[in-house]
Design a protein. Sequence first.
Length: 158
Amino acid sequence: MPLLARHEPANRNTMNKAIPQDENYGFEDTSFKAAGGFEGIQKLVKCFYQFMDQLPEAKIIRAMHAEDLSLIDDKLTHFLCYWLGGPRQYREKYGPLSIPGAHRHLAVGEQERDAWLLCMEKAVELQPYKPSFKKYLLQQLARPAEGIRKSSQGIAAQ
């Protein structure tokens, strides 16, 4: 998987062939709508951070965050809204984003990547999404997670 210097929103070209074509995830705002819009994504993110606080496997990544998660919660919510084809308010609120660049200060290896994905998987499981969207979303989220890990490796080697 190539390292993404600048992450683009998920699109049809990156869809796994196992996802039904009639779902159209990754096209315009279909993924944003499938996630329940802003409120649905906000619920996902809150659930994600609850798992980060609770899961023993996530202690390593929880320690990378401030005690107060309200800012990062808002950033992830707005980012996911944009990334899933919804309103592009992240840029207006926080400026441009390079996913690897935003995480450059962190040492992210396989354990950290997997802990992040585990929290997201658990949070996605609890959402009222269609099974096909759950699968699609987790597949798409694995890409930037791996990109961050690879970017972190390159920095650690310097």
